[in-house]
Write a protein that binds this ligand. Structure first.
Ligand SMILES: *Cc1c(COP(=O)(O)O)cnc(C)c1O
Length: 422
C-alpha cells in the first residue's frame, strides 16, 4: 500500500520517485546545465564500492572513478563514518579559527607525505595555482628575479585545470582560445624531454619553477622514461629552479605509489599538489605541500579560500588517506595493475592497438580511429563505465579496492566489446 505522503509526493514529482530514464534525464541536463562536458549516455543515480548504477538500474563496473576521486571505492564506510561524526560536531569555522581537527590533519599530512607544511584548498586548479604563486613568490623574493619577468615552465599537453591561470599554462587551443588575454609568465617544453628543458633553463634566467604531472593524465596516461623525473630534478637543482609535481590525478595510490613520483627513487619535488582522491570522492579538498622556506613566503592575506581547511574536509580527508594506507591500496594498485596489464595485453583482438599505464591507471588505444566514444558507450552497455580521452583512446581508472576477479570480469567485457568492433 502506498502511503498518503508518498502519493502526495508522486503527484508533485512523479518521475523522480517512480522511474525516470537516461534519455529523460539527459534531456533535462542538456536543457539546464552548461554543456561544458562531453557526457556519457548513462545517468548515474547510485554507487557503491566499485560499481555505479544508472537511473534505469543498469549496474556497471566503475572504470572512471570520478576522474580518480574514488580511489578508495564509492561510499567507503570509514570515510562516511568520519563524515557523520564530524558533521555532528563542527563543519565550518573558517580559517580565522584553528579547529581541533585542522592541526591534527595538517600534522598527519606532514608526517604522511614528508613536507613541513600545507595549504588546504578546494579544487586541483586552486592547488596548482597556489603552487605557481608560491614559486613566483620564491622566484622574486628568494632567487631575485624581476617581478615582471618571473616565469613558470609547464609541458605540452599538460592539464592542471580550466581557470584563467591554468588555461594560460597549457597547450590546448580549445581550452584557451577566445577567452581574452592569457596570464603571462608561462612557457612550455615537450613532456619527457629533459634536453628541451635544459635548453630553456640555459636561455632564460627568469625561470622560477618547472611544473609537471609525473604521468600525464588528461593527455592519455602518458608515462615518461624511467629516469625522467630524476633528470628533471637534477636540472632544477642545477639551475636553481623549483620542481613542482602536480599529483592531483596521479597521486594517492593511483599509479601504485602514494605519490606517483615515488616510482623513481630519490625524487623529492619542492612542491606537490593533491586533490581528487583526498576525500575518496566525498568532498572537494585540495592541498599544496612544501617546506617552510617556500610556503612561509605566503604571508597573511596573500592566499586562502573560504572553505579551505574546513573542519569537515579535514576529518574526511584524514580518514580517506588513512584508508589508502590501512588497506594497502598502493600495493594493491601496483600488483593488481600489473595483473590487469597482462590480462589486457593477452586479449586476442585486432581492435586493441596499445595498452599503456602504471598501477591501476590505463589508456587503451583502439585501432578504430574516431570510434573511442562509441566504444565507451558499448562498454557501458556491456557493464563497464569509462570515458574516451580522445578519438582513439580510453582511460581506465577503477577504484583501487577492485579485486582480481572483477578485473577478470572487466577484461571479459572489454574483449566482448572489441568483438563488436571487429
Ligand atoms: C583534475 C586535475 C587538475 C584540476 O583539478 P580540479 O579539481 O578539476 O580543479 C589539476 N591537475 C591535474 C593533473 C588534474 O588531473
Amino acid at each position: 500500500m502506498i502511503s498518503s505522503r508518498l502519493l502526495r509526493a508522486k503527484n508533485r514529482v512523479p518521475k523522480r520517485l517512480f522511474g525516470t530514464t537516461n534519455k529523460d534525464e539527459t534531456d533535462r541536463n542538456n536543457k539546464y546545465l552548461a554543456a561544458t562536458y562531453d557526457v556519457c549516455d548513462s545517468v548515474i543515480s547510485k554507487a557503491n564500492g566499485i560499481y555505479v548504477e544508472d537511473v534505469e538500474g543498469h549496474k556497471m563496473l566503475d572504470f572512471h572513478s570520478g576522474y580518480s576521486c574514488t580511489n578508495q571505492g564509492h561510499l567507503h564506510p570509514k570515510i562516511l563514518q568520519a563524515l557523520y561524526d564530524q558533521t555532528k560536531k563542527l563543519t565550518m569555522a573558517s580559517r580565522i579559527f584553528n579547529t581541533d581537527i585542522s592541526g591534527e590533519f595538517a600534522q598527519f599530512i606532514s608526517e604522511t607525505f614528508g613536507y613541513e607544511k600545507m595549504v588546504p584548498m578546494n579544487s586541483g586548479s586552486e592547488a596548482c595555482e597556489c603552487a605557481v604563486k608560491m614559486a613566483r613568490r620564491w622566484g622574486v623574493m628568494s632567487k631575485g628575479i624581476d617581478n615582471d619577468k618571473v616565469t613558470v615552465i609547464t609541458t605540452h599537453n599538460c592539464f592542471w585545470g580550466r581557470t584563467i591561470v591554468s588555461m594560460s599554462g597549457c597547450s590546448d587551443p580549445n581550452r584557451y582560445s577566445n577567452f581574452g588575454p592569457l596570464v603571462p609568465g608561462f612557457d612550455m617544453v615537450p613532456f619527457n624531454d629533459p634536453d628541451a628543458l635544459e635548453e630553456k633553463l640555459k636561455e632564460n634566467p627568469n625561470i622560477c619553477a618547472f611544473m609537471i604531472e609525473p604521468i600525464q593524465g588528461a593527455a592519455g596516461v602518458i608515462v615518461p622514461d624511467d629516469d625522467y623525473l630524476r633528470r628533471v630534478q637534477a636540472l632544477c637543482r642545477k639551475y636553481n629552479v623549483l620542481f613542482i609535481c602536480d599529483e592531483v590525478q596521479a597521486g594517492l595510490g593511483r599509479t601504485g605509489y602514494m605519490l606517483a613520483h615515488q616510482f623513481e627513487e630519490g625524487v623529492r619535488p619542492d612542491i606537490v599538489t593533491l586533490a581528487k582522491a583526498t576525500t575518496g570522492g566525498v568532498l572537494p579538498l585540495s592541498l599544496a605541500l612544501a617546506d617552510s622556506h617556500i610556503i612561509d613566503l605566503l604571508g597573511k592575506g596573500q592566499h586562502g579560500t573560504t572553505y579551505g581547511g574546513n573542519a569537515l574536509g579535514c576529518a574526511v580527508a584524514k580518514a580517506a588517506i588513512e584508508v589508502i594506507i590501512e588497506e594497502d591500496l598502493c600495493e594493491r594498485s601496483r600488483v593488481n595493475g600489473a595483473f590487469f596489464h597482462n590480462l589486457l595485453e593477452s586479449l586476442d583482438t585486432p581492435v586493441i592497438k596499445l595498452v599503456r599505464g602504471r598501477g591501476l591507471w590505463y589508456s587503451l588505444v583502439i585501432d578504430r580511429p574516431g570510434q573511442a566514444k562509441e566504444f565507451s558507450e558499448v562498454l557501458a552497455k556491456n557493464g563497464l563505465a569509462c570515458r574516451n580521452t580522445d578519438g582513439e583512446s580510453l582511460r581506465f581508472a577503477p577504484p583501487l579496492t577492485i579485486e582480481r576477479e572483477q578485473l577478470e570480469q572487466a577484461a571479459e567485457i572489454i574483449l566482448k566489446t572489441c568483438k563488436e568492433f571487429e
